[in-house]
Design a protein around this ligand. Structure first.
Ligand SMILES: [Zn+2]
Length: 404
């Protein structure tokens, strides 16, 4: 594989930046909601009048009848119920029994050249199940990796963690923003405070605001990133309760929802979930350092998976010591990066927010510390600074209208 050559460049323009004090803290918020993002996509009007009673509608009567008749003929043992004029289950509705028949033999039906117009909510729910299962398998693989396991203080916890991850299958989806308790987010999970809560379904459930993720025609946010992010919080709950710290706290844990919202951008639990996403996107391994992560990032740009709009990118070294941004600094950078980093064509909030946390803005350019991202990846305990180093790796964002 082609190896990216970093430009050896020392920039002194950035000036000196004080490293942020890193300290461990036992305090925990008593808020139960962990928001993913102050969503910057507006909910599409499509869902505004959406009601739960229409969950399996609008179904397509004619194509559903054709499918039901085909099932009766070819798979008489499949139970379609007793609805319909002939009380044989042929009623043109895409209800539970027809859904289950579809999941069993739908592929056969399609192979024969026939079509069924599936209700939108059904296909979205299938996508959600697939996405949660994908996230679960990725985390299981991650925590089964020898290099991840080495990071644990308490190795005995790992089998229990894997068992817990295996149980993370439940979700609740909101289609109408008036019914959602947190309409301005993509998703959220409850903040568990005890081992017994970890076993309660509502503390394992991933809540999704479909109306912020799908506009009735297309996905406007990455479902996979949302589920991966929220599952990251659930795993974080487990590790926190069993005293296996995943990261070093760089800010006080918020004690109210208001404080949480205000400091959301640099929240350490959010950082952890964002990092989990970033690892997936660039296919980073547990021991990849900043250099390897930046190489992988550039590979994804070359392959077209990641697109960065409005900026030229370059890798550089600087003697300027990196640090995690303050809330104000990170919010300021986020203004420039918002909607600029796309993954598979969709704005990647996780990447934009993660870069904002480890960015330095100077003279219109943004310098993202891959040194710190690498430290975070290798330990997952939080980046610590090494004073000895004289060269720190940065990804430089130069606005295109400013570059010649
Ligand atoms: Zn979150």
């Amino acid at each position: 594989m082609e190896k990216f050559r970093f430009k050896q460049l020392i920039e002194s323009k950035l000036g000196t930046v004080k490293p942020l004090l890193v300290e461990e803290s036992e305090t925990s918020a008593d808020e139960c909601n962990v928001n993913i993002a102050q969503s910057d996509e507006t909910a599409d009007a499509f869902w505004d009048n959406f009601k739960k009673s229409t969950l399996v509608k609008p179904y397509d009567y004619n194509s559903t009848v054709r499918f039901q008749k085909w099932v009766k003929k070819n798979y008489p043992s499949i139970n379609l119920g007793t609805f319909g004029i002939k009380k044989d289950g042929v009623d043109g509705k895409f209800g539970k029994l027809t859904q289950s028949a579809w999941n069993r033999v739908g592929n056969e039906y399609l192979k024969g050249g026939s079509q069924l117009n599936l209700p939108l909510t059904f296909t979205i729910n299938e996508d959600i199940k697939r996405s949660i299962s994908k996230a679960r398998n990725e985390y299981l693989k991650w925590f089964s990796d020898e290099n991840t396991r080495k990071k644990f203080k308490n190795q005995k916890l790992i089998p229990q963690l894997l068992k817990y991850i295996n149980t993370l299958t439940s979700y609740k989806s909101y289609y109408n923003k008036n019914q959602s308790p947190n309409p301005k987010t993509f998703g959220w999970v409850k903040y568990a405070k005890s081992a017994s809560q970890l076993n309660e379904l509502k503390y394992k459930s991933i809540n999704l605001n479909v109306f912020n993720i799908h506009n009735g025609k297309n996905y406007i946010a990455s479902l996979d990133q949302v589920t991966k992010h929220e599952m990251g919080h659930l795993i974080d709950n487990f590790l926190r309760i069993y005293k296996e710290p995943t990261y070093i706290l760089t800010q006080n844990t918020p004690t109210s929802q208001q404080e949480y919202s205000q400091t959301y951008i640099t929240n350490d639990s959010e950082t952890y979930s964002r990092l989990n996403n970033f690892r997936t996107i660039i296919e980073a391994g547990p021991m990849d350092d900043g250099n390897q992560m930046l190489n992988k990032f550039f590979n994804k740009i070359r392959s077209g998976t990641i697109q960065v709009k409005g900026f030229d990118l370059s890798a550089m070294y600087s003697s300027t010591k990196p640090r995690k941004a303050s809330v104000d600094q990170a919010n300021e950078i986020m203004k420039s990066l918002r909607k600029m980093i796309l993954v598979n064509g969709l704005s990647s909030h996780n990447t934009q927010q993660l870069f904002s946390e480890y960015g330095i803005q100077s003279q219109g350019n943004i310098y993202v510390s891959f040194y710190l991202l690498g430290r975070l990846n290798q330990t997952s305990k939080g980046p610590e600074d090494e004073n000895k180093k004289s060269n720190y790796l940065y990804l430089k964002f130069t606005p295109i209208n400013q570059s010649v």
